[in-house]
Write a protein that binds this ligand. Structure first.
Ligand code: BGC
Length: 814
């Protein structure tokens, strides 16, 4: 069927009101139907690490439960597989499950750059390298869309922190924007054609993403050729008409019909041409028709098959960071184990927030060891309830267990409350109780294996004191079996880090500028994000990007470089497994442009291949490069160009260990001006990153990219945290929080997380937090009253909302 033509025909038959009605959803997860024309409703659902289909009690921050689904490793974990085929399989099986459940679009994957390891939501993002993120996302999207279930590539763009995520303005120079922050989106869109893209909450260079014509139309559609629909992040829309003009198709969730009516009036009074609305209505109708196929012919999903894939994903993704004297793998028949740490029984295996899955078949490490017949004694080691409190009796018990067994396996990491959507971490530290436990156990046992769980890098002060470290990130429901298979050698680890593990937070290049001053966040590190900074500045890290060990050793040799045209280069090399165990290696290709006269990272990933090499054998690996791989974004020409001169092509096991390299000469494009050789970027400091005001100003160029919005007077765009600054507002702010927190009744942990999240939510999102009774009119009246410090009026409105909500259970529902 030609869905586009069919959609156009249907839109021709719609009234103005019907077209506008398609521009926002029906409740939390559905689109509106138009029965008269046979246009059905479709349902969206969160992902991307498994389905989060909510049948009742809807929310977008992981409060209410969802139907059971297979829970896969989160993005930060599965990215370490460097395996596009695996991502394709995962996307495909999520597609089957979604289709069986009647879900038309799964909201993911997230390809935001990991600008700083403190970002609370890094577990949901793939990598600090745009190529890796883009390639993995593209494969996942191809996998899911093959089942006629749409993906929603998110969050477009520059949503790299949770602090004030709904209003912070990211100030990014155009080259960094194109090369680092937009690049993964560009790759995924061009390679996999996602049905939808999700627009971010934040502002970018002064403009909200949801009102940003340059981003949503010029770049996304006109330059990259995106054909699908743009959906807002939940509650991202502010000015609906401006958003429509910018290229935002679907507002989610719908806050009544106020915005639809605004669209109708704007067309009627000539503020916007009807053609814009026709285009949007066509895109949404096309999305409905396209994805409705999977509802008509649902796929069948097999929980067993999906669980097996979830286990394989752990095996492919866990990263062996250390393995002194080859302590691992252990012999399940010969070595007795002290299994220490509550995470062995209650693992951290997924993140908190909107991607939270109700895992169908979680197998804990404890259960997996039992199943495997391992001889072990379990002790909790720390309290799950209070990880900041050191419990001496737990630690003594752990040391006794460690002394009485051959090996101590310690499960430690970041507790759930440390990282979540909605707020950022404050430090890279593990909880005091976990750190003390490792210290004490490592003192009494010389054979100590640490299993590290958490969504993002942590400081590892104990690194030298333990024998082995296996990083599992948040590994999904296959966590137990995956770990058991790896530590007992059923399979060899083959994951490598998709992000740097820095020594500490001070050494992270964005550290001095993260998370900004509450209004703006300057991306002063520009293109020197992640390993691009550490390698160029020769700055020390705990573990570099691309790093990971296995149970064998590999040797790299025989590099050949053949030029097949002006830019078309073919490289080959040999990888030999020189140990006694079969294993996989992730071979990485980087380029550098050593004599560039403007800032250029010493290495940039340009290719990667995961290859299985049986013990004692060798494999030949080849890479091909074309013009794209040599280009940088020239802001004066507004296009990708090649700078002529010498390039270094290097191949190796990680970005800081590149045993094979060759230099070649490449012809450049003619350009009017090259990037400025600004001192702060030409001479990077290896100890800490710093960019002068003058250099950053020059880098940004003429146009003001800062947000200058000031308050008072307060507007609907101000956050609850900002309203809380008004003297005397304490009681009504508390009332808002208390009413909102009813969603999270019964869990103190969730309530704490919610409070942090609400603090950063603009007051205009009250309909999402309090329910449909918090109408936009009432919110406007409240803002007015806040400006007048008329707290009585606010309290009265809140009482009415509470009563109405209680009577009709009036939250936005699906
Ligand atoms: C998140 C999105 C998510 C949406 C719906 C938002 O809070 O930022 O990633 O898809 O909620 O739950």
């Amino acid at each position: 069927m030609d869905f586009h033509r069919e959609a156009e025909n249907l839109v021709k038959q719609m009234t103005l009101e019907e077209k506008a009605s398609l521009c926002s959803g029906e409740g939390f997860w559905n689109l509106k139907k138009i029965e008269r024309l046979g246009i059905p409703t479709i349902m969206l659902s969160d992902g991307p690490h498994g389905l989060r289909k909510q049948e009742q009690g809807c929310d977008h921050i992981g409060l209410n439960t969802s139907v059971e689904a297979t829970c896969y490793p989160t993005a930060s974990c599965i990215a370490c597989s460097f395996d596009p085929e695996l991502l394709y399989q995962v996307g495909n099986t999520i597609g089957e499950e979604a289709s069986e459940q009647g879900i038309s679009v799964v909201l993911g994957p997230g390809v935001n750059q990991k600008r700083n390891p403190l970002c609370g939501r890094n577990f949901e993002y793939f990598s600090e390298d745009p190529l890796l993120s883009g390639e993995l996302a593209a494969s996942w999207i191809k996998g899911i869309q093959e089942k006629h279930v749409g993906a929603s590539l998110k969050h477009f763009a520059a949503n790299n922190q949770e602090t004030k995520r709904m209003c912070i303005n990211a100030v990014v120079d155009e080259r960094a924007l194109r090369e680092i922050y937009l690049r993964p989106f560009e790759i995924a869109i061009k390679k996999s054609n996602p049905f939808t893209v999700m627009c971010a909450y934040n502002r970018l260079n002064g403009e909200y993403a949801s009102e940003n014509h340059e981003l949503m139309t010029k770049i996304l559609r006109e330059e990259w050729g995106f054909q699908g629909s743009v959906v807002t992040d939940w509650g991202a829309i502010c000015d609906r008409v401006k958003g429509l003009e910018a290229g935002i198709d679907l507002e989610m969730p719908a806050a009544g019909t106020v915005h639809d009516c605004e669209i109708v009036s704007a067309v009627k009074n000539g503020e916007i041409p009807e053609q814009i609305l026709n285009t949007t209505a066509t895109r949404i109708t096309e999305l409905i028709l396209r994805t409705y196929q999977s509802k008509r012919n649902p796929s069948t999903y097999s929980a067993e098959k999906s669980h097996a894939l979830a286990v394989r994903a752990v095996e492919e993704s866990a990263v062996l960071l250390k393995n002194k004297y080859s302590l691992l793998p252990l012999d399940v028949h010969k070595q007795s184990v002290a299994l220490i740490g509550a995470f062995a029984k209650y693992p951290r295996y997924q993140g908190a927030g909107s991607s939270k899955v109700n895992a169908k078949d979680l197998v804990t490490p404890y259960e997996a060891l039992e199943k495997m017949g391992a001889s072990f004694q379990y002790v909790p080691g720390y309290s799950l309830e209070d990880p900041d409190q050191i419990a001496t009796e737990y630690i003594e018990e752990a040391c006794q267990a460690a002394c009485s067994k051959d090996v101590a396996i310690l499960f430690i990491g970041l507790p759930e409350s440390y990282e979540s959507e909605g707020y950022d971490r404050e430090s890279l530290s593990l909880p005091p109780s976990h750190l003390k436990l490792v210290d004490e156990v490592a003192r009494v046992s010389k054979k100590t294996v640490v299993i590290l769980m958490g969504g993002a890098p942590m400081e590892l002060p104990f690194e030298e004191d333990v024998s082995a470290i296996l990083l599992t990130y948040l590994a999904g429901e296959g966590v137990g079996e995956g770990i058991a298979n790896l530590i007992f050698g059923k399979t060899s680890p083959s994951g490598k880090l998709a992000e740097t593990f820095p020594l500490n937070k001070e050494s992270v290049p964005s550290n001095p500028y993260f998370p900004g001053d509450g209004m703006n966040v300057e991306y002063r590190e520009s293109i020197f994000s992640g390993y691009r900074y550490y390698v160029t500045a020769h700055s020390k890290v705990r573990y570099p990007f691309g790093y990971g060990l296995t149970y064998t050793t590999f040797e790299y040799s025989d590099l050949t470089v053949k030029s097949r045209g002006k830019y078309d280069i073919e490289l080959t090399c040999t990888i030999s497994n020189t140990g006694a165990v079969d294993a996989k290696e992730i071979v990485q290709l980087y380029i550098g442009h050593p004599n560039a006269q403007f800032p250029y990272a010493a290495v940039e990933l340009r290719g990667f291949k995961k290859v299985y090499v049986p013990a004692g054998t060798s494999k030949t690996i080849s890479f091909t490069l074309s013009k794209n791989e040599f280009e940088y974004f020239n802001i004066f020409e507004k296009r990708w160009v090649v700078d002529g001169g010498e390039y270094t092509l290097s191949i190796g096991p990680n970005c800081m260990e590149l045993p094979l390299s060759a230099n070649i000469q490449i012809c450049g494009d003619v350009v009017s001006q090259k990037p400025l050789p600004l001192d702060s970027y030409m001479n990077l400091n290896m100890h800490s990153f710093g960019v002068s005001d003058a250099d950053f100003k020059s880098l940004l160029g003429e146009k003001n990219k800062y947000s200058t919005a000031t308050y008072p007077p307060y507007t609907i765009r101000n956050t609850l945290g900002e309203f809380a600054e008004i003297e005397g507002s304490g009681d009504v702010i508390k009332k808002i929080y208390d009413q909102s927190l009813k969603m999270a009744e019964g869990s103190t942990d969730l309530q704490e997380m919610c409070k942090k999240t609400f603090h950063y939510m603009p007051i205009r999102t009250l309909p999402i937090m309090l329910g449909a009774s918090a109408t936009p009119e009432r919110v406007y009246t409240m803002v007015d009253a806040f400006n007048k410090k008329d707290f009585d009026t606010i309290a009265k409105i809140l009482d009415v909302i509470e009563e109405e909500t209680h009577n009709e259970s009036g939250s936005i529902k699906s």
